[in-house]
Design a protein around this ligand. Structure first.
Ligand code: GDP
Length: 296
């Protein structure tokens, strides 16, 4: 389960703090040392941890906390608020265009879960009464088009593809005409991934962006890769100005370092999370619920 280790460590720390009754500055400082260690062990970015601990400490050793009837409880509340803030504060939703179709471009490295997430996002939107179309613009991985078609069939969502050899920009542009004529109000473009970030990949994504002007550019990153996911997000964001992130494989990530660091490092909110291989609707990311899960 996500945040398993971190949740245990923090709950242990705060249990000790509660046992103290009135708190001294030293009590708070030693608790914050433990919080710092727990976050680092959860693979949270070093600088993010430093800033977080500084903010919490400043608030927690304030006069009104020390003089509160249950100071430990107030400290926990502060940690909860700061964790929520760290993960983006409130839920970030999809920017829906006032004029359909809303164009969503999905990007990501190979294996991150981009194609699966495109399908899951389509399903989530369909359940909200939208009429999405999935666009197979991943033209390099031979099986990618077929994979998207299989997913589309399972979910009963149309898939737009063109004959082999067509370039990705043409496919993306043509899909808009398809959406107009078939009354699809959301276009989800599955772009090509690569094993590593390279110039060619970025150029292709920039070309698609320029030509179709997406309302959303969602980067799909694998939570299990921890700080690598954060670095990938930082790099894509520089080139593409992402509007949001999809954090996949949260079901297999017990540490949670990417979930806790990526917003603070990139400025880009996590909009959705992937919680398994099964084709279920993509789940929105709720920073407050995540924080409460950590603090128990
Ligand atoms: P792409 O190369 O980025 O398009 O990745 P795929 O969508 O093909 O996914 C790669 C693998 O990750 C597949 O085996 C998916 O079933 C799996 N996968 C995708 N999302 C999740 C997730 O949220 N949790 C888990 N456990 N597996 C996932």
């Amino acid at each position: 389960m996500i945040f398993e280790g971190l949740a245990d460590r923090l709950q242990e720390t705060f249990k000790k703090l509660r046992g103290h009754g009135k708190l001294t500055e030293d009590d708070v400082k030693s608790a914050m040392k433990e919080v710092r260690m727990a976050l680092l062990e959860a693979d949270v970015n070093f600088k993010v941890v430093k800033d977080f601990v500084k903010r919490v400490t400043e608030r927690a050793i304030g006069q009104d906390v020390m003089e509160a009837l249950t100071p430990a409880q107030v400290v926990i509340k502060i940690v909860n608020e700061e964790l929520t803030e760290l993960m983006g504060g409130s839920q970030s939703k999809i920017n829906m265009s006032s004029q359909p179709p809303t164009i969503i471009m999905m990007a990501g490295l190979q294996g991150a879960g981009k194609t699966t997430s495109a399908g899951k996002l389509g399903l989530a939107l369909k359940k909200q009464g939208k009429r999405p179309v999935l666009v197979a613009a991943d033209i390099y991985r031979p099986a990618a088009v077929t994979q998207l078609q299989v997913i589309g069939k399972q979910l009963n969502i149309p898939v737009f593809s063109m004959e082999p050899g067509t370039d990705a920009v043409t496919i993306a542009k043509s899909s808009l005409n398809y959406a107009f004529t078939h009354a699809n109000d959301v276009v989800i473009i599955d772009t090509a991934g690569r094993l590593h970030i390279n110039e060619e990949l970025m150029q292709e994504l920039k070309d698609i962006k320029r030509e179709v002007k997406p309302h959303e550019i969602l980067l799909v990153v694998d939570a299990m890769t921890g700080q690598d996911a954060v670095n990938v997000a930082e790099s894509f964001n520089k080139d593409l100005e992402l509007t949001g992130l999809v954090l996949t494989k949260m079901d297999g990530d017990s540490r949670g370092g990417a979930a806790l660091s990526v917003k603070a490092v990139t400025g880009c909110p996590i909009k959705f999370v992937g919680m398994g291989e099964k084709l279920e609707p993509l789940q929105p990311f709720h920073p407050d619920r995540m924080a409460s899960r950590i603090l128990g």
